[in-house]
Design a protein around this ligand. Structure first.
Ligand code: NAP
Length: 236
């Protein structure tokens, strides 16, 4: 860690950022200044989104080692370090009657929502460790919380699929365990809450509301190993 990096503008990267919560996170980070990489798997849609919000585009498919490592090479060559990683790229997976889920459905969801987060984090960790204040935000969901599952006043008690919920619970545990093992890297779990994007069928609050917890962890928090939505900390 170099002392001069404290004063340097922040370098951030957001995965799955061509639309939805990822795109709004990029837009808000660009507004704060610094360099923001909008990472997306589709080059045409990613470049168009980056141009719209004034970010740099980098191709990144979180399921593909070569793509992730090429994205690391770009950030390393251009910046030499990374201050903020937002692991956001996610899917719900198929929505079926519970009788009809098959093992491959779960493998599909875990590959993007969990394996993809670890792939991206592992690949960028050397660049994060070159930052004076590395920060990772893992975008999860209240649907991964056992505490909210048992609170029948909460929408999370009944919403969501078993596969998606299991993938988000896995992100939660990955995050707290990494946070404890790597005290030099601030690492937290953000729950956007039900947010109007393609993933939710455009139901829920605005993408600005849905990115409040992510931005909070980046700019207004010294937490590590914490879990919150825009209103405050959540039960695990
Ligand atoms: P969205 O609008 O469907 O956007 C998902 C993004 O992830 C898209 O840019 C998609 O790219 C990208 N993506 C999917 N698989 C990818 C891969 N293998 N590599 C790179 N990018 C990939 O959904 P969203 O609502 O913004 O979701 C963002 C995150 O918030 C997810 O982790 C989701 O679970 C979480 N979340 C959402 C809500 C909600 O109510 N919306 C609530 C809680 C948590 P393509 O356009 O190429 O498919």
């Amino acid at each position: 860690m170099n002392a001069h990096q404290h004063a340097a503008p922040r370098v951030s990267l957001v995965t799955g950022a061509n639309k939805g919560i990822g795109l709004e996170t990029v837009r808000r980070l660009v507004a704060q200044g610094g360099t923001v990489y909008l990472a997306a798997r589709d080059t045409a849609r990613g470049q168009a989104a980056a141009a719209e919000v004034g970010a740099r585009f980098v191709q990144l498919d979180s399921r593909d080692d070569a793509s992730v490592s090429a994205a690391v090479d770009v950030v390393e060559a251009e910046q030499g370090h990374l201050d903020v990683l937002v692991n956001n790229a996610g899917i719900t997976g198929p929505l079926r009657d519970p009788h009809d889920y098959i093992a491959d459905d779960l493998a599909e969801v875990l590959e993007t929502n969990v394996v993809g987060y670890v792939r991206v984090f592992h690949a960028f960790l050397p660049l994060l460790e070159q930052s004076a204040e590395p920060c990772v935000v893992n975008v999860s969901s209240g649907i991964g919380s056992f505490g909210l599952f048992h609170d029948l006043d909460r929408v999370e008690a009944t919403a969501g699929t078993p596969l998606y919920g299991a993938s988000k619970a896995a992100i939660n545990m990955l995050t707290v365990r990494y946070a404890r093992l790597l005290p030099g890297v601030r690492m937290n779990v953000a729950d956007p809450g039900m947010t109007a994007t393609d993933l939710s069928g455009q139901r829920g609050h605005s993408v600005t509301d849905g990115t409040d917890a992510i931005l909070h962890f980046i700019t207004d928090s010294t937490d590590t190993g914490a879990y919150r939505d825009r209103d405050g900390h959540l039960p695990w």
